[in-house]
Design a protein around this ligand. Structure first.
Ligand SMILES: [Zn+2]
Length: 163
């Protein structure tokens, strides 16, 4: 383990993260869209969702109609998800694809080409190219989020079976 978080972890714990059981491989664990979304949410908002519109903390309410969508009880003008305002926004890919790609690059240290990404995620070559570019841009633009995601993934990998 090379990174330890340089900030205090507070009480916000998405339930999904806890479901990574030690008997599953990391690849199986990362198949779960809910778990991956939880990882991203915790990486972006370590103390809970922050409104994209008014900046309110602790005022987020889950929309039951669409998984991953939040509304703000403070301004009531905003619906947002963990990818809103990030490089991962407006993508048709499941959030688990982003987390899996991030895992492959950052934790496994794989230097993937667009052709490899295209085959692995069953997407067009140009989409794959854009995925690689967006992961790099996310790391550049939101380094703390990327670092927290990396820390969480290392923990998950450490607790998973090696299959
Ligand atoms: Zn708001």
């Amino acid at each position: 383990m090379t990174h330890e978080p340089q900030y205090a972890m507070r009480s916000y714990q998405p339930r999904a993260v806890e479901t990574g059981s030690s008997t599953r491989s990391i690849a199986e664990t990362l198949e779960s869209e809910e778990l991956c979304r939880g990882l991203l949410e915790k990486a972006r908002w370590p103390s809970g969702p922050v409104c994209m519109n008014c900046g309110a903390e602790g005022a987020a309410s889950r929309l039951t109609t669409r998984p991953g969508l939040w509304t703000c009880k403070a301004c009531r003008r905003c619906q947002y998800s963990v990818t809103s305002g990030t490089q991962l926004h407006r993508s048709r890919l499941p959030v688990s694809a982003w987390v899996k790609l991030f895992y492959a690059i950052e934790i496994r240290g794989q230097r993937l080409t667009a052709s490899q990404v295209s085959r692995r995620f069953d997407v067009a070559y140009l989409t794959a190219k854009s995925m690689l570019r967006r992961v790099e841009a996310l790391k550049r633009e939101m380094p703390e989020m990327a670092m927290r995601l990396e820390t969480q993934l290392r923990r998950l990998a450490a607790g998973s079976s090696q299959n």
